[in-house]
Ligand binder design. Structure first.
Ligand SMILES: C[S@@+](CC[C@H](N)C(=O)[O-])C[C@H]1O[C@@H](n2cnc3c(N)ncnc32)[C@H](O)[C@@H]1O
Ligand SMILES: CC(C)=CCC/C(C)=C/COP(=O)(O)OP(=O)(O)O
Ligand SMILES: [Mg+2]
Length: 294
């Protein structure tokens, strides 16, 4: 990968890898420009900034009365609680991680999951994203929290990382695997993971039983400029890359309440209907897959 010197950021000159493909350049630009209130206002609740969706039952008691002047604020707090609950479930599947271990957050976004992983395990977390804006945001948050010696983000293609072969105890993709070829992705995780290391993904995938990607799935692809894979592709690509699934969990029923609540909020982005309809018609599924590197 070639490096290009960029102008200075906060007085320090930074090197950002050139995108490996024109598509990756588009994705870097997309996330550099992203500033949707549905992500920033939720992150402002407690300083954990996520770019993934939520799971679990809505706490209607916490929401209170719709007529209450504080209702919208409570709704935002509730959506954020469900998104953090999703990350907790992902971390639950990493298994026993020690404080001396290093984890890789592949497609780390603004770094919310990386921070949560460090807070839970005391370990180092290396995040990679195509977006320099996101990497800077994540590193700034880590510094503010005083954990920048443990949590670090860099601009890097997750298909071609600098991590040494067999050096990583656990790694994950939290809603970031729909931007890459799965064979290339799992080959790279299998390369840097230790034998016995754990890989986890939470992702949306199309259901082979439906036949082909539904119109809703195509709408989600167009909305995010991504390429949602089928469930079968995940399992095949893992089998081909020394990743043996230990748990496959259908989170679709658990994520629907999040979407139904989000559809009632002032922060809607227009994609809510596609998620709700595709989860309901069975063409799309929200799944967690945890696999061991053998
Ligand atoms: C929907 S966001 C998910 C962010 C994060 N995992 C979270 O849960 O908050 C998708 C992320 O994937 C990253 N991404 C997409 N393709 C990538 C690639 N080839 N290498 C590294 N990051 C990539 C984007 O830069 C973005 O940070
Ligand atoms: C499950 C699937 C198919 C996910 C696609 C990847 C994606 C864009 C996730 C959420 O990001 P975000 O939090 O920035 O999106 P939004 O602005 O809609 O909350
Ligand atoms: Mg979001």
């Amino acid at each position: 990968m070639t490096n290009t010197e960029l102008p200075t950021v906060n007085g320090t000159s930074v090197f950002v890898p050139s995108p490996a493909t024109p598509y990756q350049g588009d994705i870097a630009r997309y996330w550099n420009a992203e500033a949707r209130p549905v992500n920033l206002r939720l992150g402002d609740v407690d300083g954990l900034y996520h770019h993934h969706y939520g799971i679990g039952a809505v706490d209607h008691a916490a929401l209170g009365d719709v007529e209450d002047s504080e209702y919208e604020k409570k709704l935002i707090t509730e959506l954020h609680r469900l998104e953090s609950a999703q990350a907790e479930v992902l971390l639950d599947h990493l298994g026993a991680i020690g404080s001396e271990d290093t984890l890789v957050d592949a497609g780390c976004g603004r770094g919310g999951s990386s921070v949560m992983a460090h807070q839970r395990f005391g370990c180092k977390v290396e995040g990679v994203t195509l977006s320099s804006t996101q990497a800077e945001f994540g590193n700034r948050r880590a510094k503010e929290l005083g954990i920048d010696d443990h949590v670090h983000a860099q601009v890097c293609n997750m298909l071609d990382t600098p991590f040494e072969k067999g050096s990583i105890a656990g790694s994950w993709n939290n809603e970031s695997s729909m931007y890459v070829d799965l064979d290339d992705l799992f080959a790279e995780h299998a390369r840097f993971l230790k034998v016995g290391g754990r890989y986890v993904t939470i992702t949306g995938c199309w259901n082979p039983k439906y036949g082909q990607p539904s119109k809703w799935v195509s709408q989600i692809n167009a909305h995010f400029e991504c390429n949602i894979h089928s469930r079968r592709e995940y399992l095949r690509a893992m089998a081909d890359n020394r990743l043996v699934p230990q748990a496959v969990v259908d989170l679709t029923p658990d994520t629907l309440p999040y979407w139904e609540l989000r559809a009632t909020s002032s922060l809607v982005t227009g994609i809510e209907e596609a998620f709700i309809e595709s989860y309901r018609d069975g063409s799309f599924q929200y799944v967690l897959i945890a696999a061991d590197r053998v």
